[in-house]
Design a protein around this ligand. Structure first.
Ligand code: 5AD
Ligand code: SF4
Length: 462
């Protein structure tokens, strides 16, 4: 009999990916995913530890779920309640102590043992706590990937050894680890056979990828992308997230030479002041970053850049923040994420005694976001009247509306039939908004994987 599984996911794409894999692992046990937790046989909270008050959000969600669990128990049935992800990894013991009605607590590296944990939870009275970093990789124990749709994420790398002083990832996700290249290529082929047209290679620090190659040598991300580009039917390749220090010349060359690699790159810089970058342990300067961007744009003049920023890092003065604004003005991001610094327990910056007052952080964030938004709006505005190839991957909210992505990751909406899903068509852009473009399909659908979009360079748009 089929059982109802509800997974709530917070945080990054890696968590979204993990949640999908958890559902895959539990499918053979009869679990089918549901849209709400009411009446579910199992609920998993897949948590994120990056944002402020992450643990508190989990505890308040658990409070709500307890009611549903009790209601189910009144009917003589059991709801297994599990907490997964980075909060589970970092605060597993506390979850078990504060929320004893939770059945399973497990970290991001152990979900391949979910069937066993579920069986143990059924037998045990207390919680099953599994936050080890196991010797065997979960990636070796996953069922064949179910289809993910037109665009798919494929985890190729996990964890991080960079130890930026604000970040919990090296503690919650563990050491940097790359999957064997053959395993990645197999999974990519399966996805494409199931209808995927675009693959986004995923990793906390994806350009640190150094997977074992079939011949026993080691492949970097650049080589992996070249090999994936050989797969028939795979039209688009992207990768996220990258650290500037791991962006080597070979990867930059791939941006120039592999047409399936889309001209969009998420390359977080975090701050524009060398003093703050040093305190963050980023191990690069603002000018190193500028030089990288120049190289990338020489290789691929239309490259759209995206970034992450933290304002109000401990010790950040007005002059440091002005350097961040200067860098943003130099680079002109097509899209970006920006955050107020928030101390994460266990990270070095959290105990720094030069914490920046909340009002200052709020002011700086508002100023930065205003600038980033103006660049994003200008970037999108520059597309009005132009034609871009759009891969349609989802239906819109309104009937007859179809959504897709431009090569530059912009969401594009058109009027079109669902039969276009999964195909690429040229769209003439008529409207530009901060977060999307609107247009009309102007050509018949084409599927050419090598067609290079005729888009003018960034300079022309600026
Ligand atoms: N405070 C604020 N932002 C953070 N990030 C990571 N840790 C913190 C923190 N403690 C941001 C970084 C990172 C993105 C995923 O989240 O910008 O690139
Ligand atoms: Fe965190 Fe990214 Fe720095 Fe690694 S490189 S510590 S994941 S911010």
């Amino acid at each position: 009999m089929s059982k109802k599984l509800f997974i709530k996911t917070w945080g990054c794409q890696m968590n979204v990916y993990d949640s999908a894999r958890m559902a895959d692992v539990l499918a053979p046990l009869g679990y089918r995913t549901a849209d709400e937790p009411d009446g579910a046989d199992m609920v998993i909270l897949n948590t994120c530890h990056i944002r402020e008050k992450a643990a508190e959000k989990v505890f308040s969600e658990l409070g709500r779920l307890r009611t549903l669990k009790d209601r189910k128990a009144d009917q003589g049935e059991r709801m297994i309640l599990a907490v997964a992800g980075c909060v589970a990894q970092a605060e597993g013991e506390e979850i078990v102590a504060r929320a004893p009605f939770v059945d399973i607590v497990f970290g991001p590296q152990t979900y391949h043992t979910l069937p066993e944990m579920v069986a143990r939870a059924h037998r045990a009275a207390g919680a099953v706590l599994n936050t080890d970093f196991p010797a065997e990789s979960k990636f070796d124990h996953l069922p064949d990937d179910a289809s993910q749709g037109v665009t798919a994420f494929l985890a190729v790398q996990e964890g991080c050894d960079k130890f930026c002083t604000f970040c919990v990832v090296p503690y919650t996700r563990g050491a940097e680890f790359s999957r064997p290249a053959a395993q990645v290529i197999e999974e990519a082929k399966r996805l494409v056979a199931n209808g995927t047209r675009e693959i986004n290679l995923l990793g906390q620090n994806v350009n640190a990828f150094h997977g074992e190659a079939p011949d026993g040598s080691t492949w970097g991300l650049a080589r992996l992308i070249r090999e994936l580009a050989e797969i028939d039917g795979l039209k688009r390749i992207r990768y996220t997230t990258s650290h500037p220090r791991d962006l080597d010349d070979e990867l930059i060359r791939v941006h120039a030479e592999v047409p399936q690699l889309m001209p969009y790159l998420h390359l977080p810089v975090q701050a524009g002041s060398d003093r703050i970058l040093a305190a963050m342990n980023r191990k690069h300067t603002a000018d190193h970053y500028r030089a990288l961007v120049d190289k990338l744009r020489t290789a691929r003049p239309d490259l759209a850049l995206s970034g992450d920023f933290i304002v109000g890092f401990p010790g950040e003065r007005d002059a440091d923040f002005a350097e961040t604004l200067r860098l943003v003005n130099d680079v002109r991001y097509a899209q970006a994420y920006s955050f107020k610094y928030s101390p994460r327990p266990g990270t070095p910056a959290a105990v720094d005694d030069q914490q920046v007052p909340e009002e200052v952080k709020a002011e700086r964030l508002a100023a930065l976001q205003q600038l980033l938004d103006s660049h994003q709006q200008a970037f999108n505005q520059g597309f009005v009247g132009r034609t871009v190839p759009v891969l349609f991957d989802r239906v819109g909210k309104r009937p007859g509306q179809l959504l897709g992505r431009s090569p530059y990751m912009q969401s594009v909406y058109v009027e079109g039939g669902e039969r276009l899903m999964g195909s690429i068509a040229d769209v003439r852009i008529e409207a530009a908004h901060v977060n999307s473009l609107g247009g009309t399909i102007v050509t018949g659908v084409y599927e050419s994987s090598s067609a290079r979009p005729a888009i003018p360079s960034m300079e022309a748009r600026a």
